[in-house]
Design a protein around this ligand. Structure first.
Ligand SMILES: C=C1C[C@]23C[C@@]1(O)CC[C@H]2[C@@]12CCC[C@@](C)(C(=O)O1)[C@H]2[C@@H]3C(=O)O
Ligand SMILES: O=C(O)CCC(=O)C(=O)O
Ligand SMILES: [Fe+2]
Length: 369
């Protein structure tokens, strides 16, 4: 049987000696990275590849309605005409390539510390799985300067300028997307007092995550990034030409999100799930790898100001629709995710769902292999 997230939970500790392998030079999949044994192979892969998440033109007059439908049914959509210049996306992809092509010893100079958030390393959720993922990541919160200097002591300015430009552009887009997504629920600026006087989400916090998935000698037995939901309000993801992102939909299974030139993927995160009182489910997603192409993605993880407690919006709560979640700040939620991973959302839940099932993203029964 393929392994299940619940079974894997904190099971076997990862073999630490293999943790920082140079994946691009490995010729055979090591056991430390083999998620599926040869006997399991027939049951792996995506089942529902005939449909995928909607593609929404942000300039279309119907964008708000379409985004609302997409958030309710998929928890994700792709967006075009988003205003981010293609040249900036290209520069970011080049910055990611430059970073991950450094020798492993150089990348480790900017390694994420055990209690830190920023820096180079394996996915934070790795500790919940008995096998290592076929990927490496680099997380930036605020200024990239300190880590960029460690990576390129004499040549860090271009990297920093590009990242800072991207962070500014993404912040504006994330604010715009918040109103498009919330607008469909009848939410206005008056309903979200922490969005600021002009609804610009000025005090919002964010992190930027570069993900690298080198070509893999045995892609059907490897996992790029294991199934998870993001602990954000929303995530804006750019993927290069290599496909690999899959979203999970109840009743359909795993569905591939094809890379579309210039488009960005928008995911509903756990905090928007809470804010919408469960109307917009956070999307369970994962990244697969392939035999020939190096896949790169960058995720802009958008959250509320650090002092703000997120709880279901009062406009969405009444006698028939009680608040389903207790108030929580982003950093408290990230702590819950770091300790409980896929049980974090349920741990904030106040009332049991009427149908007796757990939260949609309490994905203990979703197969990961
Ligand atoms: C703000 C954050 C969300 C994140 C944890 C982090 O502190 C920075 C990295 C983010 C990321 C990106 C890859 C998937 C993920 C689950 C992970 O392991 O690190 C997310 C985290 C999250 O959304 O919980
Ligand atoms: O690489 C991808 O497509 C997914 C990345 C992702 O889910 C993340 O960074 O949170
Ligand atoms: Fe994610």
């Amino acid at each position: 049987m393929p392994s299940r997230v619940s079974d894997d939970f904190m099971a076997n500790p990862v073999n630490l000696h293999q943790k920082h392998l140079d994946l691009s030079s490995v010729k055979e999949l090591p056991d430390s990275h083999a998620w599926v044994s040869p006997e399991d192979l027939c049951s792996s892969g995506a089942s529902g590849d005939t449909e995928s998440i909607p593609v929404i033109d942000l300039n279309c007059p119907n964008a708000t309605k379409l985004a609302g439908q997409a958030c309710k049914t998929w928890g994700a959509f792709q967006v075009t005409n988003h205003g981010i210049p293609e040249s900036l996306l290209d520069k970011m992809e080049a910055a990611g390539r430059k970073l991950f092509s450094l020798p492993i010893q150089q990348k480790l100079k900017a390694a994420r510390s055990s209690d830190g958030v920023s820096g180079y390393g394996v996915a934070r959720i790795s500790s919940f799985f008995p096998k290592l993922m076929w990927s490496e990541g680099f997380t930036i919160v605020g200024s990239p300067l300190e880590h960029a200097r460690q990576l390129w002591p004499h040549d860090y300015n271009n990297f920093c300028d590009t990242i800072e430009e991207y962070e500014r552009e993404m912040k504006t887009l994330a604010g715009r997307l918040m109103w498009v997504m919330l607008g469909s629920l009848g939410i206005t600026k008056e309903d979200v007092n922490w969005s600021g006087p002009r609804g610009e989400f000025n005090g919002a916090c964010a992190a930027l995550q570069f993900n690298s998935y080198p070509a893999c000698p045995d892609p059907d037995r490897a996992m790029g990034l294991a199934a998870h939901t993001d602990s954000t309000l929303l995530t804006i993801l750019h993927q290069n030409k290599a496909s690999g992102l899959q979203v999970h939909r109840e009743g359909t299974g795993w569905v591939t999100v094809p890379p579309l030139p210039g488009a960005l993927v928008v995911n509903v995160g756990d905090l928007l799930h809470i804010l919408s009182n469960g109307l917009y489910p956070s999307v369970l997603h994962r990244a697969m790898v392939n035999r020939t192409q190096h896949r790169l993605s960058m995720a802009y993880l958008f959250g509320p100001p650090s002092c703000v407690q997120i709880s279901p919006l009062s406009r969405l709560v009444d006698h028939g629709h009680p608040a389903l979640y207790r108030p929580i700040t982003w950093s408290e939620y990230l702590d819950a995710k770091a300790k409980q991973f896929n049980k974090a959302l349920s741990s904030v839940r106040l009332c049991a769902p009427l149908n007796g099932f757990t939260d949609a993203n309490d994905h203990g029964s979703v197969t990961v292999g």
